[in-house]
Design a protein around this ligand. Structure first.
Ligand SMILES: Nc1ncnc2c1ncn2[C@@H]1O[C@H](COP(=O)(O)OP(=O)(O)OP(=O)(O)O)[C@@H](O)[C@H]1O
Ligand SMILES: [Mg+2]
Length: 233
């Protein structure tokens, strides 16, 4: 589904990612792990067309997508939930969702307004609340709901559990598990090692701007030395 090969990217003249490669298979969950500042968000931004690809290739379903602008990535079925969530604070939950539903180039497909509200009953209760009145967990649910309204084939999530209470983390976990069971492909960036490895099939660790380790969730859970060296777990 997603094939990143020999990617170099960064900000201005600064190369943060140097020669990074990984492949995320369709219908699976792929987790990108790494310490603070390792370049996880930078990698996602390059995939989404928010940062330039200096070298290397990004392919979606065997089609080259390097250098495409973000709206074309969305039209191609790639939805992105950024670390900052980017809820519109002055719009209500309903308005945030309606905007996403209106902007999607893939409407009429599986995810409708009714279905996302069934999927996140909490948002249903909060429909007329402003984005700025939501808890962190509700904001994250809204951000995921908006992404689902784009009817993606690949959902990219940057640290969905950041700053959330354990009980909310568990709820988000169960929702992502449901999406996985439906066959949606997920690319997950996480600091929460337990959360990531309980969802992911495959894991890659970024260090020094490259993939320094890759394998299955079971393998990384058993590999205390790699956890210690590259994740500080
Ligand atoms: N806008 C920017 N301009 C210049 N350098 C940046 C910018 N954003 C991030 N960086 C640098 O790029 C490197 C990687 O940052 P990035 O945000 O990708 O890390 P991360 O792995 O997502 O970390 P975290 O777990 O803290 O979110 C860091 O050294 C950071 O200082
Ligand atoms: Mg980040």
């Amino acid at each position: 589904m997603l094939d990143v090969s020999n990617l170099h990217t960064g900000y201005g003249e600064t190369r943060i990612i140097r020669d990074l490669s990984f492949k995320a298979e369709a219908g699976k969950v792929f987790a990108l792990l790494g310490r603070n500042g390792a370049g996880k968000t930078t990698t996602l931004k390059a995939i989404m067309g928010l940062l330039p690809v200096f070298e290397g290739k990004i392919r979606i379903d065997n089609r080259e997508s390097s250098g495409l602008p973000p709206y074309k990535m969305a039209a191609g079925g790639i939805a992105y939930v950024p670390e900052t969530r980017d809820i519109f604070p002055s719009l209500t939950v309903r308005e945030n969702l309606e905007l996403a539903a209106r902007l999607t180039p893939n409407s009429g497909a599986a995810w409708t307004m009714e279905r996302v509200l069934e999927f996140f009953p909490r948002l249903h209760e909060r429909l007329s609340n402003g984005g700025n009145q939501l808890s962190g967990g509700e904001q994250q649910m809204l951000a995921i709901a908006r992404a689902l309204l784009m009817n993606p084939k690949l959902l990219i999530l940057d640290e969905p559990t950041e700053g959330l209470a354990p009980i909310i983390v568990r709820q988000i976990h169960d929702k992502l598990q449901e999406l996985k069971q439906e066959g949606l492909t997920l690319l997950l960036v996480e600091q929460n090692f337990g959360f990531a490895t309980s969802l992911a099939d495959q894991v890659a660790i970024i260090g020094k701007g490259q993939v320094v380790w890759s394998g299955s969730s079971e393998e990384i859970r058993a590999d205390k030395e790699t956890q210690h060296t590259w994740l500080g777990v």
